[in-house]
Design a protein around this ligand. Structure first.
Ligand code: ATP
Ligand code: PRP
Length: 216
């Protein structure tokens, strides 16, 4: 049996065409079912539904053989014990710094001010500001980062941006682009050895179905 860890929402939806290329269809709709283990049309493949931030943990410790996870989650987790063969080019976005439209970020940085930064990505934010030589107090949040500068909790946020609509709707502006993000296929290293053939077939099918750069 091959177990694939996915999170509900965009990762699940955007992985479906890749699974289809491997001749695999999930037989239940995760939005309509409370089940956490979903069967597929291939009796040897099942999908487990986990929180997006738990995918690397499941794969690292063998709760799943493979998983699909954002590069943001993967880098924040650390990729110990995970083989990462493919950039799937799905769930594409970027990790950025944003501030209130009326906050003068450039001057604050130039003057060496200490910035309060709210984020779910404490590790990535710490590394980014350390490289820039900017002193920061990091405030860990689990969601709705955009609210932090609006309420005075923070001067800036480090969050994901795609269309920019969420920033715009909250009168925030992107002031730094930290890195491009997309979803990655990750594989448990022991599973790679023990289940080499079925995993190779899935990897090859995924690879053949990765959206082309031009189509994005
Ligand atoms: P959790 O449930 O653990 O809080 P989450 O709500 O961040 O996770 P999703 O919103 O489904 O989970 O995001 C999963 C992944 O999709 C992210 O890790 C990121 O790589 C990518 N992603 C997040 N937001 C966007 C977006 N607006 N556009 C494209 N990709 C995104
Ligand atoms: C993500 C991210 C931003 C938003 C950016 O949130 O945390 O809030 O998308 O996308 P945009 O630039 O296209 O507006 P998501 O929609 O995943 O909500 P959630 O993290 O609260 O699930």
């Amino acid at each position: 049996m091959i177990t694939l860890a996915l999170s509900k929402g965009r990762i699940f939806e955007e992985t479906m065409p890749l699974l289809a290329a491997a001749g695999i269809e999930v037989t239940e709709d995760p939005e309509k079912s409370r089940k956490l283990i979903l069967a597929t049309t291939n009796p040897d493949v099942r999908v487990v539904l986990v929180r997006a931030s738990d995918v690397p943990t499941y794969v690292q410790y063998g709760g799943a053989d493979l998983g699909v996870t954002g590069l943001d989650v993967l880098l924040e987790h650390g990729n110990q014990g995970l083989y990462q063969p493919l950039d799937l080019r799905i769930a594409a976005c970027r990790l950025s710094v944003a501030v209130r439209a009326d906050y003068d970020y450039a001057t604050a940085v130039r003057q060496g001010s200490r910035l309060k930064v709210a984020t779910k990505y404490v590790g990535l934010a710490r590394d980014f500001f350390a490289t820039k030589g900017v002193h920061v107090d990091l405030i860990k949040l689990y969601g709705s980062m955009e609210l932090a500068p609006l309420t005075g909790l923070a001067d800036a946020i480090v969050d994901l941006v795609s269309t920019g609509n969420t920033l715009k709707a909250n009168h925030l502006v992107e002031v730094e682009r930290i890195m491009d993000i997309s979803a990655r296929l990750v594989i448990n290293q022991a599973a790679l050895k023990l289940k080499r053939e079925p995993i190779r077939r899935i990897v090859e099918a995924f690879e053949s179905a990765i959206p082309s750069v031009a189509a994005q």
